[in-house]
Design a binder for this molecule. Structure first.
Ligand code: FAD
Length: 432
């Protein structure tokens, strides 16, 4: 059935839902179209045997743009924060203390005395670094210029991996990666009670209350219009006329929906460098080493964290651990080998975990972000703006868009910017 709205939003993830909610609060008639049967996109949480499984390890950066955007929308984020000191470093198959503050830096056996001194001097300088000057410098080049000690290059590379999820030091912008490290250091991260689905549910409920029409199992096949959008055409043949369209999807879907009418986005889609991880989730009857809650690979790009230690994600008395490998841009050649490596890593952190496992889920190739912020693109300046200049009324939002933040922070901040631009472009709503 054909219908008409002020704004059609394509994609029912965090970006699409939050853009829809903002636009409805601004007085616009809004419809959101999501191709999947469930809303939420990569922020979905599945419940299995009482365990709440996000799509791989998910943490809210409390000092980031996403939290700010959600607070503005009245959405609270209940959960708990993992404690930094006590985290472990994994190198050469051994575990040691991860230097997280002065006390752990002094005590750890991870670094030689000379490396500790070099790191302490760097940490004192870190808040003063001018990150704008590092936008066009790669992480690899920056590590080489900053540290004489290979131990510290490896440690900082691992810390930037955990802060950004990217394992792409030759391409990643040092300025953008260090900005994210500052965000992580400023306020830490929070794992959410019930998983990220709680954000999706809160956004959906608020959007429905504002009159947004949420369509699931509704793939959009095309955006109509030449130099100005006319609406969206659904895969079932129906048409939704709209004055503005927000594409809150991945760059490949955007290119398929608008093609050469937005040549800059078609080009961006071809050149985008994704951020991927392999994820192994473990539901455990008990932890064999209760104090081993967080471990970070230094010479291997590995991550281990017991999210249920601080957030309600597992049945009473049981534990949910996330194990992951940061993959970089390429799809892993051998998923079986990746899983075996993650299982062996987990065995080092929680020896004998297999005897305690009541649930395992392995996802070999997840797309954490559609684009790593690159040095060659000049840092954040290399990401597309929410307003698409080639086509009036067309906007994009997602973790690959806009000048602010990474990951979900970017998705929520670009959705905010897109909604603001639409509301400012036509301050008086066309609503009758
Ligand atoms: C393993 C993993 C770990 C992560 N960890 C973190 C973390 O710790 N912290 C953090 O901040 N972020 C994290 N993220 C990233 C975060 O999940 C995403 O940045 C955020 O959820 C993206 O939201 P989005 O709405 O932009 O995109 P998506 O969630 O991908 O939503 C896009 C939606 O568009 C729909 N769609 C696409 N094409 C069409 C079409 N033609 N018609 C209709 N619908 C369409 C899709 O089905 C999808 O639902 C992680 C992601 C992964 C995968």
């Amino acid at each position: 059935m054909d219908h008409r709205v002020d704004v059609a939003v394509v994609g029912g993830g965090l970006a699409g839902l939050s853009a829809g909610l903002r636009l409805a609060r601004g007085g616009r008639r809004v419809a959101v179209f999501e191709k999947s049967s469930d809303l939420g996109g990569r922020a979905r949480t599945q419940v299995r045997d009482g365990f709440r499984l996000n799509l791989g390890p998910h943490a809210v950066y409390l000092g980031g743009a996403g939290r700010k955007a959600l607070t503005e929308l009245g959405i609270r984020l209940a959960g708990g924060e993992p404690v930094g000191p006590g985290s472990l470093a994994y190198r050469d198959g051994d575990l040691s203390l991860l230097p997280a503050n002065l006390s752990t830096l002094l005590r750890t056996t991870l670094l030689s005395a000379g490396a500790k001194w070099e790191l302490a001097r760097f940490l004192a300088r870190l808040p003063l670094l001018s990150l704008d000057e590092l936008a066009g410098v790669s992480v690899k080049a920056w590590l080489g210029d900053t540290f004489a000690r290979q131990e510290n290059r490896d440690l900082l590379a691992a810390i930037l991996r955990i802060a950004t999820y990217a394992n792409d030091p030759e391409r990643q912008s040092a300025g953008a990666a260090l900005a994210q490290l500052r965000v992580a250091q400023r306020a830490g991260v929070r794992y959410l009670d019930g998983g990220w689905q709680t954000i999706v549910a809160a956004l959906s409920t608020a959007a429905l209350a504002e009159g947004v029409v949420l369509h699931s199992s509704a793939p959009v096949a095309a955006v109509d219009g030449q130099h100005r959008v006319e609406g969206v055409r659904l895969a079932d043949g129906s048409f939704c006329r709209a004055d503005a369209v927000v594409l809150a999807t991945d760059p490949g879907s955007v290119a398929a929906l608008v093609g050469d009418r937005a040549a800059s986005l078609a080009r961006f889609s071809r050149e985008a460098v994704p951020v991927r991880v392999a994820s192994l989730e473990l539901g455990l009857r008990r932890l064999t080493r209760p104090s081993h809650l967080v471990a970070l690979g230094i010479d291997r790009p590995f991550y281990f964290s017991v999210h249920s230690a601080v957030a309600r994600l597992a049945p009473e008395g049981l534990a949910l651990a996330h194990v992951a490998q940061y993959l970089g841009a390429a799809t892993p050649a051998d998923a079986g080998a990746t899983r075996a490596a993650l299982e062996a890593f987990a065995d080092r952190v929680q020896p004998g975990w297999k005897d305690e496992a009541v649930l395992q889920r392995f996802l070999p190739d997840l797309r954490v972000s559609h684009h790593v912020v690159t040095a060659s693109g000049g840092g954040m300046a290399g990401r597309p703006s929410p307003a698409v200049s080639e086509m009036a009324g067309l906007y994009v939002a997602g973790d690959w868009v806009g000048a602010e933040g990474l990951l979900a922070d970017a998705a929520l901040a670009s959705a905010r910017a897109a909604a603001k631009a639409i509301l400012e472009a036509a301050p008086v709503a066309s609503v009758a």
